[in-house]
Design a protein around this ligand. Structure first.
Ligand SMILES: NC(=O)c1ccc[n+]([C@@H]2O[C@H](COP(=O)([O-])OP(=O)(O)OC[C@H]3O[C@@H](n4cnc5c(N)ncnc54)[C@H](OP(=O)(O)O)[C@@H]3O)[C@@H](O)[C@H]2O)c1
Length: 199
């Protein structure tokens, strides 16, 4: 399969890439690195990426940002970061990407544990994760030729040191479990699923 992985050089993305690169043709996209550059918060940039990459058999997104800060300090502009990047960035990847995805192809989006089990300072990130979960369920009803799923993981072991103070009592998620959640979506048959990996 020819697989586009947006965010393929990131902490999660590079593990997904490592697990797929022997058997598949991968195209890695990132904001500043990769085979092609894209800013998912800009739909023109997404369109430009697809024009360069052409048709693919699977589209994976392991990119998307949201501002973390106490709720009382978050401005409307701060919320817009998550809305434009992690939420509409991924929605636009699907909206524009369906024209470049082969029949039977899949979308795999990335959310996270905050949708179900938020911690302090994450009103924006939790909100956009939950939005993607609902989007995936609804879009799967209408995407007749394509599958769509979201992978929602806890703090991955590769990033545990960086995030552990924000997630008291949470367990680091082993890399293989994280990778398997993506493989289930990309190579499996399910659609409309939120593949949760929290333990
Ligand atoms: N790490 C965790 O424990 C964890 C747990 C649950 C969910 N998540 C979610 O999973 C996603 C990936 O996390 P991560 O830890 O792998 O992040 P990361 O290490 O920061 O990597 C993110 C990747 O996405 C790219 N990227 C970021 N913003 C982009 C944009 N606007 N357009 C295109 N590419 C963009 C980055 O490219 P450049 O480097 O070129 O900017 C980078 O390759 C995030 O949405 C995060 O919220 C992470």
């Amino acid at each position: 399969m020819k697989i586009l992985i947006v965010g393929g050089n990131g902490t999660i993305g590079k593990r997904v890439v490592d697990s797929l690169k022997e058997k598949h043709e991968l195209v890695i996209a990132g904001r500043s690195t990769g085979d092609v550059t894209v800013d998912i918060s800009d739909s023109g940039s997404i369109q430009n990426m697809f024009s360069q990459v052409g048709n693919v058999d699977a589209i994976v997104c392991t990119a998307g940002e949201a501002k973390w800060a106490p709720f009382e300090s978050l401005s409307e502009e701060d919320f817009n970061i998550g809305l434009k990047s992690k939420l509409m960035g991924q929605v636009n990847l699907v909206r524009l990407g369906q024209l470049f995805l082969s029949d039977g192809g899949s979308f795999t989006l990335t959310t996270g544990i905050l949708a179900d089990d938020p911690v302090l300072n994450t009103t924006s990130a939790a909100m956009v994760n939950g939005g993607i979960h609902s989007f995936v369920k609804a879009a799967s009803l209408e995407l007749k030729n394509h599958r769509i799923n979201a992978v929602s993981v806890g703090v991955v072991e590769d990033a545990y040191e960086k995030y552990q103070d924000y997630f008291p009592g949470h367990n680091p998620i082993p890399t293989q479990k994280v990778v398997n959640a993506y493989l289930k979506s990309i190579l499996g048959a399910g659609t409309g699923q939120v593949i949760r990996c929290y333990e």
